[in-house]
Design a protein. Sequence first.
Length: 435
Amino acid sequence: MYLADRAAPSEGTTAPGRTRGRRFPGVSSVVFALGAVSLITDISSEMVTAVLPLYLVVGLGLSPLGFGTLDGVYNGVSALVQLAGGHLADRVRNHKLIAGLGYGLSAVCKPLLLLVHSLGPLGIVLALERTGKGLRTAPRDAMISLSTPAEFQGRAFGVHRAMDTTGAVLGPVAAFLILRAATDGYDAVFGVSACVAVLGVLVLVLFVPGKVRAGRAAPGAPEEAASGDSGAEVPEKRPVDLREALRLLRLPRLRGLAACAALLGLTTVSDAFVYLLLQRRTGISEQWFPLMPLGTAAVFLLLAVPVGTLADRVGRRVVFLVGHALLLVAYTLLLWAPDLPALPYLVLALHGMFYAATDGVLPAAVSAIVPEQLRASGLALVGTGQALARFCCSIVFGAAWTVWGDGPALAGSAVGLLCCAAVAGVVLRPSGGRS
């Protein structure tokens, strides 16, 4: 089974708004506009994300189990809402509207962080912020996919993720500088984050087109995915029914991809836990903690486009599985590597490589399978399964850390990841002798 068809480019196919520049051929202006929105929004989000683990565990005295539960809950909320956001975008046929609602809700939640200082209200605000992220993810990725030819999907998602990750690089740096300069550092971080989030919404409204016309259907996408057993396509103006969206799971390739993404998500430790483990293992000072995501983001930024282009050429299945193998190496270093000065750099580099090989490659693979009129729903189905699996992993890992300690908890995740990757390699094995 392939994650994506690597068909040869068809001649004469050019969607509206598509550009074929020398540097990024096949990547449309829509992708760059959405990348700018994500860049600005991620500066805002990562400012909060960079300080949140330390704020909760050190500032509010939350236990690892409590933090794992909270981290899992608000990511679980994002996962469930992503499913609704994807279906709504396909149903109303206005991806920008649903994405804009998601960006707007996240922006509104940022100033609320200034008003809450206890665990209960903070959890509610974080859940609402994750709700906004869930609403916008599938419609945004659908706009990227629908404006890009099938043979350039990996590259387009790589360009978007690179721009998005630029924000992820700048966000922790901004949080670090604010914490050093401001007396009431956490509130200052939350306030600046709110202002940046509003700017991201304005860029979306002004520069992203309201309608994105698809240039070409996903190659090899079965017609029954759109209309059930009849084999006829869904009429362009008819609203998409929820049953039609769920019927996508009848597609063997999509079902296998969704199952493997969820299976691997069950053993993917939350980023926040990785940084906490690295801080405990190496004794990095708390004032440097907000810069840890910067290492991951910098490597992701450098590799997102070349790895996405490589996935288009050699197959997204291979790149996706190699990404998880790199994550397994990072876990192994955290567990058993000598206490070397280079250890933090190695772990963060591998963490960034993992994201470069999976974060944009997965939606590119889904886009090659799902028909255009159900693109956001298909992306949401796979993304929701993966996010819910990571939700479960956060809770289980936090509980294991609390009961047995961080070492045994991570060892269990590493063994589980090895087993799940082996299963995924069998399920997603190539057919017909192709690699």
